[in-house]
Design a protein around this ligand. Structure first.
Ligand code: PMT
Length: 311
């Protein structure tokens, strides 16, 4: 498999059409937050798709629904952060996630009263709490949402946003929870039209995507607090792979999680320490989410990161 260099990737691939608009919005959002003296976090979320055709009918995808990313945004805002949310189109979004989940259809929360639509009493107080938080985040301009679909667009946006955000140096945090594809079809090998089935079975050959964590840490945002995630399915690999990522990229925190237990347990791996964060049955039963603990812990780490930079 051929591995392209990072710079090469941005030359050989075409940027998304609205990249300049995203750049403008990000700069305006950041300038507003600088005026307010707020910290800003970039949260990436959801899976990335790898198209098989230019006029895309089929693509390779992964499991991520964006639960981790969208939930984390709400807790970051509670901790006083402004958030840039880079999320996979149609994956979960902060606040609306409480109503859009497949198990929680918002239509079931509504009733018809003569000519009016009203909220069913059973859901009223819950809906009000979420709606108030959402309105506050909007009114105070605490959330900028940017969506992507393909892994290519994700990397173009990541590059652009990260470089803009790096101007606030240590006050920025990068929370990379998206499940990013490691493989793609380079533009020169991509067919234009729908792959036909009459030829029988389909053999795919994918190239490796460069690990963009490397330039992100060393060049794009060298002063920010960078938190990456490591997902594994084999428990014997998790901690060693997380530590390997930390050594390889030289950033500050890797959060390790297992596919099947990711809502209950995560491992914080830093240069000198390792800490397990876990939810009890009681906490889960009460509707508490592990992201509340993750973000509280990260806020403290970010305080220390900013403090250290002053010395
Ligand atoms: O959305 P949910 O259903 O709630 O699931 C949440 C989650 C399990 C997706 C999330 O918690 C998580 O673990 N996200 C990272 C998954 C992942 O991509 O792991 P990885 O081991 O393949 O990659 C490690 C890191 O390298 C990631 O931070 C990724 O952004 C980065 N990467 C990956 C590929 C690539 N080409 N370049 C990268 O920089």
């Amino acid at each position: 498999m051929e591995i392209q260099g990072e710079d090469d990737y941005f030359v050989k691939n075409t940027p998304p059409k609205n990249i300049e608009e995203v750049e403008k919005k990000t700069k305006e959002f950041l300038n507003f937050q600088i005026e307010k003296d707020r910290r800003v976090v970039l949260v990436t979320s959801g899976g990335t798709t790898v198209p098989l055709e230019n006029q895309t009918v089929r693509f390779v995808d992964n499991f991520s629904a964006g639960t981790r990313g969208s939930a984390s945004v709400e807790y970051f805002i509670e901790q006083g952060y402004a958030v840039i949310f880079l999320y996979r189109q149609h994956s979960l979004r902060p606040y609306s996630r409480h109503y859009s989940h497949s198990k929680n259809c918002f239509l079931d929360m509504l009733d018809i009263d003569n000519d009016n639509i009203i909220v069913n009493n059973k859901y009223n107080s819950f809906m009000k709490i979420i709606l108030e938080k959402y309105k506050k985040a909007k009114a105070e301009n605490l959330l900028l949402e940017i969506d992507f679909f393909t892994v290519k667009d994700y990397f173009f946006y990541l590059n652009k946003i990260t470089k803009i955000l790096s101007t606030i140096e240590e006050k920025a945090m990068y929370y990379l929870a998206a499940a990013v594809s490691d493989f793609f079809i380079p533009p020169e090998r991509m067919v234009e039209h729908k792959i036909q089935s009459r030829a029988g079975g389909l053999n795919l050959s994918l190239d490796q995507v460069p690990k963009f964590l490397k330039p992100l840490v060393s060049e794009w945002a060298p002063k920010g607090l960078i938190v990456s995630f490591k997902l594994e399915t084999d428990p014997d690999l998790l901690i060693s792979k997380a530590r390997q990522a930390l050594d390889r990229y030289g950033h500050q925190i890797v959060i390790g999680n297992m596919l099947l237990t990711r809502k209950r347990v995560v491992h914080f791996i830093t240069k000198d320490a390792e800490r397990k964060i876990e939810m009890s049955d009681e906490e889960l039963k009460n509707g508490m989410e592990i992201e509340t603990k993750i973000i509280s812990e990260l806020k403290i780490k970010h305080d220390n990161w900013i403090e250290q930079s002053k010395n």
